[in-house]
Design a protein around this ligand. Structure first.
Ligand code: PRP
Length: 183
């Protein structure tokens, strides 16, 4: 069982074995869909780094990767709704088959902003891969093309997802419960 910080509680929602199995399935689908092409994966830091690194190793195509960082929730559990680019891509995506890789698709605010920005750079195609999808929280109508798991409206950590920068290293995706009175 993963170890929780102070009075926080963790409950496993998706086990690492199930995550691994699903990542392989998603990667196989990508491999089939882009047969004969090169795919350019754009990871959204920091949460997506674990998913991206597992996913890319299961894709049987020519691949390249790059990263972007956008403004984060910080220590809060809710999105501020404001997105800011903290780190831009290193190279042009013009003419490339781009897949934006996210750990979680929640309100959709981050991705709807990012997709707008990336579309302006004229990629050959632009799709989304998200390990987790919380459709019940959607504010912007963003749809994942490759989704690992749809999950209920619980606050989850692990496999790249954090709370106050903790828990990204957990192998399982867990529901986090905070002590009474905490944000
Ligand atoms: C999380 C996640 C997505 C975004 C999804 O990032 O990685 O980028 O929130 O939420 P949305 O659909 O409501 O926009 P976060 O800001 O927590 O940063 P992190 O990846 O560095 O943890």
């Amino acid at each position: 069982m993963p170890v929780a910080h102070e009075n926080e509680k963790l409950k496993i929602l998706i086990r690492s074995t199930a995550i691994h199995k699903r990542v392989v399935q998603v990667a196989c689908k990508i491999t089939r869909d882009y047969k004969g092409e090169r795919v350019h994966l754009v990871g959204v830091l920091k949460g997506a780094c674990i998913f991206l690194s597992d996913l890319v190793r299961e894709i049987n195509l020519e691949t390249s990767i790059d990263f972007m960082a956008v403004s984060s929730y910080g220590k809060k559990k809710e999105s501020s709704g404001q997105v800011r680019v903290l780190k831009d891509l290193e190279s042009s995506i013009e003419g490339l088959h781009v897949i934006v890789v996210e750990d979680i698709l929640d309100t959709g605010l981050t991705l709807s902003y990012l997709l707008r920005v990336l579309q302006q750079r004229r990629p050959a195609s632009l799709r989304i891969a998200a390990l987790l999808d919380k459709p019940s929280r959607r504010i912007k109508p963003v749809k994942g093309d490759y989704v690992g798991f749809q999950i209920p409206n619980e606050f989850v950590v692990g496999y790249g997802l954090d709370y106050a920068e903790r828990y990204r290293n957990l192998k399982d995706v867990c529901v986090l419960t905070l002590p009474e009175g905490a944000q």
